[in-house]
Design a protein. Sequence first.
Length: 395
Amino acid sequence: MYVYADNAATTRTSETAINAMLPFFRETYGNASSLHTPGQRAMEALVAAREKVAAILNADPKEIYFTSGGSEADNQAIVSAARNGARRNKRHIISTAFEHHAVLHTLDKLKKEGYEIELLDVHENGVVTAEQVAAAIREDTALVTIMFANNEIGTLQPIAEIGAVCRERGVPFHCDAVQAVGHVPVDVKALNVDMLSLSAHKFHGPKGVGALYVRKGIPVVNIIEGGQQERGKRGGTENTPGIVGMAAAMEEAVGNLDKSIPYVTALRERLIEGLSQIPHSRLNGDRDRRVPGTVNFCFEGIEGESLLLLLDEKGVAASSGSACTSGSLDPSHVLLAIGLPHDVAHGSLRLSIDDENTPEEVEHILSVVPGIVEYLRDMSPIWDELQKGEKPYLL
Ligand SMILES: *Cc1c(COP(=O)(O)O)cnc(C)c1O
């Protein structure tokens, strides 16, 4: 048995998405900007996809901009708000220490340009509060950008409450909802957001396509200069197959939420229950305020990387936090943000399951993890020191 439990990194492209896309590779391959029939067919498909995506988010089609994915949507949202703020001498941006690098690295870039970036502390349970945001907002705040569901630990932020605070204070609010769309209900009006990013490959759509929702009246700046695509806000020939595939995958995932949320939550609960039996382990992030499928554990005395390699050998694809940071020796910025010491943050395991996983697969995971943890601890000098009482256990 080989279990794919890394859905927060990316998901399998669904049959629904593939079937929706195929005609746009094979037959309807025209450029949507062309005036001839093949081009106009592609344009019609784009119009329909935009309407579908907008309807699912409770937005207007004019408020949807297609992008090359979540990273580009995050970049465009943040740079747009920053430039717009600067025109009115507002250069203070509020975010959190545990955002995705698409947000944090964009903020780093703006910092070098003279913007003041304030990263809110994240509570130990992996949640920031609307009160923290309210306390941080200033006269010169140009933007608040806070993620919906954290990609490493899965915790959900009180986005509607944060949005209400921002709306009341007249500060634009962007939400990176890449880990939320297709996994929990996302309604841009109920959430009080001005901008929201999503990415198709996190909900069984194709890779390399996403969208940015921008509320009517909020100015957008180009990141990709070029032709007049996306109402002049994003140059480049539209990725018709990708966009059509994204809309189909989104419709399917969101249409299934009533069934998938309780199903995936039950699998996750079993995972948490089973992994908690391992001594000196801990679940990272709030027990309940989390997306259905993501769990993140620390096991004291071991290295996340070796755990992943052995898990792969035993038929489990998992991750140590973010796919973007594995391969680097630095511990996860997310785990450090929620206050874990360096030593412990190295030994983390992220399992992200979804409605394609089965109870048998969860049992397989639970049958292999404890043995691997024990094996690695037996070889670990740190574990040896802990066992001999030379060092106190942190977990
Ligand atoms: C995956 C992810 C992104 C980046 O999306 P891409 O489509 O891969 O560029 C951004 N934010 C979060 C929270 C993510 O999980």
